[in-house]
Design a protein around this ligand. Structure first.
Ligand code: CAA
Length: 386
């Protein structure tokens, strides 16, 4: 059969600022452990005024191109649910900023937080058709909820870029796929809003139901036994959600784990998302990156991935960590990105929040803040300038 394909290289970028949830809890007069322990989140990243999904996505993708070059890349997929234009793909701006060859197809994928895994599956299809080709995938989002809502502590921002190719050095993805779609209204963002609407408790149940559905479909389509999977990497809107998911999946598999044991099993996947907050499409890949960058030595081990996109589309599949994968990681680079963020207090956090509704503004310029090589300069007659 065809050579295995999967992830050759993977990197992340995030926003300029970090905001500790202790400031939010203090303002609200509640115990910060509701956030640190209850939902499992410490900080959120926030983009500066001159950053967005394009600047974060380009910064992550630049590092992939610096290491791998552009040879073989004929497709760029940009997954996001915080799109900056209703028509033009954010990927085309990145294509321009990175000066990629013109012989590349570029599109944006959207299905809430599932868009990144959807793009990965499309990339695998392209590589299966022609193993000489590579696909650059970017997943980037800014997660925003209204102030003083249950979703507020779960905001965040990040981008992940990765290269999909045959014979990969980091992760080879197995063919079995479990998919599950159900039209539910648990989380959505109308075009006139900056912030998402969410039915919080209902969304947690919808996530768990989708997990069970995708798992059974995975097993029905040739997926391996639960016991053959060494690590689990879930979409993490907040890291505690993954714990709830793992408890549910172990029940479904007939080997139920207590909350504390499920949390311990997943702990190596939490490091980045606890510090960055929800990054929607990027979140599952940041869980995977945290596992890769952790002190676990896991060549040859199987990782089960569960992606959930509200609305809702979900998928379960498995990949195998490749021998020698550690030589292809970017551990110090990633820790440096986390540390480089500028911490801010409550007032500055409030000032950065864009409010509920999208305001029409056909001309404006931004102030220089970002340390990223790419910067959003503003809008001129409706065109975004970078
Ligand atoms: N110390 C320790 N734990 C504490 C605590 C304290 N002082 N105070 C509260 N807690 C615990 C609670 O017991 C609770 O634990 P359990 O979940 O284990 O019961 C936990 O903290 C959270 O407390 P609440 O349930 O009261 O929290 P909430 O209702 O204010 O918020 C939420 C929870 C509704 C999920 C909210 O975070 C939210 O709206 N989030 C956005 C929506 C979301 O992320 N949904 C996830 C599924 S949808 C998805 O995955 C797509 C996506 O990316 C959005």
């Amino acid at each position: 059969g065809p050579a295995a394909s999967g992830i050759q290289d993977i990197a992340f970028a995030t926003g300029h600022y970090s905001f500790d949830l202790a400031h939010l809890a203090e303002k609200q007069g509640i115990d910060v452990n509701k956030y640190y322990i209850g939902i499992g989140q410490e900080k959120m990243s926030l983009p500066a005024e001159d950053e967005d999904i394009v600047t974060m996505g380009a910064a992550a993708a630049q590092r992939i191109i610096d290491r791998n070059g552009t040879d073989g890349i004929r497709t760029l997929l940009f997954a996001t649910e915080s799109g900056i234009d209703q028509s033009k793909s954010a990927g085309v701006y990145v294509h321009g900023l990175l000066d990629l060859p013109r012989e590349v197809r570029t599109i944006e994928t959207k299905m809430a937080c599932y868009g990144g895994i959807g793009a990965l599956q499309m990339a695998l299809g392209i590589v299966a058709r022609n193993p000489e080709e590579k696909v650059l995938v970017i997943a980037a989002d800014v997660a925003r909820y209204d102030l003083e809502t249950s979703g507020e502590p779960t905001q965040g921002a990040a981008a992940v870029a990765f290269l999909v190719q045959a014979d990969p050095d980091i992760l080879a993805i197995e063919p079995a796929q479990g998919v599950y779609t159900l039209d539910v209204q648990d989380f959505w963002r109308p075009n006139y809003r900056n912030t998402a609407l969410v039915d919080g408790k209902f969304s947690v149940g919808a996530y768990l139901d989708a997990l069970v559905g995708a798992w059974h479909d995975y097993r029905a389509h040739g997926g391996v036994d639960f016991d053959d999977i060494d690590w689990f990497c879930y979409h993490q809107p907040f890291t505690k959600m993954a714990v709830k998911a793992h408890v549910r999946l172990t029940e479904e598999a007939g080997t139920p784990l207590e909350k504390a044991d499920a949390a311990a099993a997943l702990a190596p996947t939490f490091g980045y998302n606890q510090q960055l907050g929800n990054s929607y499409t990027a979140s599952i890949f940041l869980g995977f990156l945290a596992l890769l960058d952790s002190d676990q030595e896991i060549p040859g081990e199987r990782v089960g991935f569960f992606s959930y996109g509200s609305g809702a589309v979900s998928e379960f599949f498995v990949g195998v960590i490749q021998p020698g994968y550690r030589d292809h990681l970017r551990v110090q680079e990633h820790l440096g990105i986390l540390d480089a963020r500028e911490p801010i207090g409550y007032d500055q956090y409030r000032a950065l929040h864009p409010g509920t509704f999208v305001e029409a503004q056909e001309n404006f310029t931004t102030e220089r803040r970002t340390r990223s090589p790419f910067r959003f300069e503003g809008v001129e007659e409706g065109s975004r300038l970078y």
